[in-house]
Write a protein that binds this ligand. Structure first.
Ligand SMILES: NC(=O)c1ccc[n+]([C@@H]2O[C@H](COP(=O)([O-])OP(=O)(O)OC[C@H]3O[C@@H](n4cnc5c(N)ncnc54)[C@H](OP(=O)(O)O)[C@@H]3O)[C@@H](O)[C@H]2O)c1
Length: 262
C-alpha cells in the first residue's frame, strides 16, 4: 500500500465492526482464479473480500490472504452459510474457517432463506457462532424486510446487514428506508450484471467526470452508503473498479442514476 492507494470509505455494522463500502466479489471464480484475483486486489488496496462456501473457492481466497503479507486485522472477509446446509451450521463455519485458514470471519451470512423461510432456529446458530468469537458480525442475504423482522422478534438479534441484488435499476427508496430504520446495512450484489452499461445517462455522467459507466455505478453505491462487491478476475478491471475515490456524484446525478431502468 502506497500513499497513492485509494482510501475506501467504510460504514459500521452492529456491534461496531467497520466494513469497507467496496469489496471484491468472487462468485464464479475457481480457486486458482480467486487466488490470483484476491492477491491482485489486496496488492492494489482492496481490504474487503466476499466469498461463500457455495463458490468452492474459500481455500484459494484464504491462501491469497495468507500470502498477501497483510495483517489479519486489515482485511474484512465475508463468507456464507448455504441454505441446504443450515442444519449443520456449527460444522459449516468450522469448515469455512479451516479452508480459509482463519481464526475468525468478519461477517457470516445466511446465503438465502432456506426453502424461502426466515428460520429463526438457523439464525440462533449464527448468533451462537458470533458469541463464540468465530465471526465479528452476522447478517443475511436475499432476505425480505419481513423475514428480517421475523428473526428479530424471535431472537432479539437483528441481522447487521442484508446482501441483496442491487443496481440503479433495483433502486427502491422504501426498501432503503426500511433497512435504515432497522439499522441494517444494505449490501448490493451484481452491480454490473444488473445494469445496462450502455445507458446514455450513465455515459453522460461518466464523460462529465472522465470515468467509465461502471465506475459511475460503483460511485453511486458509495455515495448512497450501499456496500458494493463487484467481481472481476481481470487485473485491469480489478484496478478500475477500485479507482472510484477521485470523484463524487452530485445530488442531481445520484437522482438520475437512481431513476435508471434495467
Ligand atoms: N448473496 C448472493 O446470493 C450473491 C449473488 C450473486 C453475487 N454475489 C456476490 O456479489 C459479487 C458480484 O456480483 P456478480 O459476480 O454476480 O456480478 P458483477 O460484479 O455485477 O459482474 C461481474 C461481471 O462483470 C465483469 N466485470 C467486472 N468488472 C468490470 C468492468 N470494470 N467493466 C466491465 N466488466 C466488468 C466480470 O468479468 P471479469 O471477471 O472477466 O472482469 C464479470 O463477468 C459476486 O462475485 C459475489 O461475491 C452474491
Amino acid at each position: 500500500m502506497t500513499s497513492d492507494t485509494p482510501k475506501i470509505p467504510t460504514t459500521t455494522l452492529r456491534p461496531g465492526v467497520e466494513i469497507p463500502l467496496l469489496g471484491l466479489g468472487t462468485w464464479q471464480a475457481p480457486p486458482e482464479d480467486a487466488y490470483k484475483a484476491v492477491r491482485t486486489a489486496l496488492d492494489l488496496g482492496y481490504r474487503h473480500i466476499d466469498t461463500a462456501r457455495a463458490y468452492d473457492n474459500e481455500e484459494g481466497v484464504g491462501r491469497a490472504i495468507a500470502d498477501s503479507g497483510l495483517d489479519r486485522s486489515e482485511i474484512f472477509l465475508t463468507t456464507k452459510l448455504p441454505p441446504d446446509e443450515v442444519d449443520d451450521a456449527p460444522r459449516i463455519i468450522d469448515e469455512s474457517l479451516a479452508k480459509l485458514g482463519l481464526e475468525h470471519l468478519d461477517l457470516w451470512l445466511v446465503h438465502w432463506p432456506p426453502n424461502k423461510e426466515a428460520r429463526p432456529d438457523v439464525w440462533e446458530h449464527v448468533i451462537a457462532a458470533q458469541q463464540a468469537g468465530k465471526t465479528r458480525a452476522i447478517g443475511v442475504s436475499n432476505y425480505s424486510v419481513a423475514q428480517i423482522d421475523e428473526l428479530t422478534s424471535a431472537t432479539g438479534v437483528t441481522p447487521s446487514i442484508n446482501q441483496i441484488p442491487w443496481s440503479p435499476a433495483d433502486y427502491d427508496a422504501d426498501l432503503v428506508a426500511a433497512h435504515r430504520e432497522r439499522d441494517v446495512v444494505l449490501e448490493g450484489y451484481s452491480p454490473f450484471k444488473r445494469t445496462n452499461l450502455d445507458d446514455a445517462v450513465l455515459a453522460e455522467i461518466a464523460a462529465a467526470h472522465g470515468v467509465t459507466p461502471t465506475q459511475v455505478v460503483l460511485r453511486w453505491h458509495l455515495d448512497t452508503g450501499v456496500v458494493a462487491i463487484p467481481k472481476s478476475v481481470n487485473p485491469d478491471r480489478i484496478a478500475a473498479n477500485l479507482d472510484v475515490t477521485g470523484f463524487q456524484l452530485t445530488e442531481d446525478e445520484i437522482a438520475r442514476v437512481s431513476a435508471l431502468e434495467a
